[in-house]
Design a protein around this ligand. Structure first.
Ligand code: AMP
Length: 361
């Protein structure tokens, strides 16, 4: 029995992969309509509910999480009773942006220069040290581009503190990147590691819209550069499970943007286009089983279905298109599903773009 903190679509897809390996699931999530409830038992309670955490520990052989904003204290509380993977220290490292950047720095992983601030005076100093233009991000809780502002001049810096409304912010040099990439990596309980081919990611309004894997023009050198970054984190954090690292490709090499100590949206391609998906490999890793192959079976193009669902019947009519729906109510900015094409030609990709009203590349 695998316990999961969080019951969103990532939990649902973990469940779907784990059921095939004979695993059972128990999800802790405060939302009564959590998408993962369809694939396991569902404890409806806040993430810090003591009785619910005790119930989860008593029912499960291992606990994982599918959402990095679950309180690290909850993961720590479970830890003596039942193993928690990835280790809670990875959750803590990823939860606070300044802490995450310090891990990058400590491990010699290239990243945009940064400072942190807890008041407007520190913000001014930080902007001066980092240099303009800069990106100011809430230290905790931001995702999908929320809680972020670009600061281009000293005048605009004045109102940033009020508009971000966070107790602490990270100030980062704005990176002029060529493209955004991510690497999905996995480390087993036995210390074996495996890496998926780099993913090229396209965002709009701070939300991932499209991923392609393997990324176009992917050289072995670039793959190795990304693999070394992920490997350093996996080893330093004594990691077990899937780790995603978001990267900027620049003219002077890769810069790490952030890490996610969980299965990741940019790894959804792997369900349909890899020997073993990121979800299956996460389950294998935390269950102390051998890892599955991360080799591609084809080139994948994945689109997210965001805010509202397109004409599903029209999508289902597209030959070879794999449709994944999360059974979520539409809401602006909400991820409701995704679709994946494998080894498709440009015409098919453009056809799907039109059905999704996605701008042409
Ligand atoms: P994040 O929440 O850190 O993943 O940021 C969301 C998106 O904002 C990224 O995918 C980038 O497109 C952009 N972004 C974040 N940080 C920077 C930066 N330092 N320079 C340029 N763009 C950035």
């Amino acid at each position: 029995m695998i316990g999961v903190l969080g019951g969103g679509q990532l939990g649902r897809m973990l469940g779907l992969a784990g059921l095939r390996l004979g695993r059972r699931f128990c999800f802790l999530d405060p939302a009564p309509d959590a998408p993962a409830a369809a694939v396991g038992k569902h404890i409806v309670a806040p993430f810090d509910d003591r009785a619910a955490l005790d119930e989860l520990a008593s029912l499960c052989d291992v606990v994982t999480f599918e959402f990095e904003n679950v309180p690290a204290a909850s993961a720590r509380r479970l830890d003596p009773d039942v193993p928690v993977y990835p280790p809670p220290q990875a959750l803590e490292a990823a939860q606070r942006r300044p802490e995450e950047k310090r891990w990058f720095e400590k491990l010699g992983i290239p990243t945009a220069s940064f400072a942190s601030a807890t008041n407007s005076k520190e913000l001014r100093n930080g902007l001066e040290n980092v240099g303009l233009p800069a990106m100011v991000k809430a230290a905790v809780g931001g995702y999908d581009g929320k809680g972020q502002r670009i600061v281009r001049d000293a005048i605009a810096a004045g109102d940033v503190w009020a508009t971000i409304g966070a107790e602490e912010v990270l100030i980062e040099r704005l990176v002029e990147f060529e493209r955004e990439l991510s690497i999905i990596a996995v480390r087993s309980g036995r210390g074996k590691t495996a890496f998926y081919p780099l993913v090229e990611n396209h965002h709009r309004d701070g939300i991932l819209r499209m991923s392609v894997s393997p990324a176009a023009d992917l050289s072995p050198e670039l793959q190795a550069e990304a693999g070394e970054i992920a490997y350093a984190l996996l080893e330093a954090l004594d990691y077990v499970g899937v780790l995603a690292v978001e990267l900027f490709q620049t003219s002077s090499g890769l810069l790490a943007n952030e890490m996610a100590p969980r299965v990741h949206n940019s790894g959804h391609f792997s369900i349909d286009a890899s020997c073993s998906s990121q979800f299956e490999n996460h389950i294998r890793a935390i269950s102390n089983l051998p890892l599955g192959s991360t080799e591609p079976v084809g080139r994948a193009t994945m689109f997210n279905l965001i805010s509202e669902l397109p004409d599903i019947e029209a999508l289902l009519r597209v030959e070879g298109l794999r449709v994944h729906l999360y059974d979520k109510q539409p809401r602006p900015g909400r991820k409701l599903g995704h679709v994946t094409l494998v080894d498709a030609d440009d015409r098919s990709v453009d056809h799907v773009r039109r059905l999704l009203s996605e701008p042409m590349s």
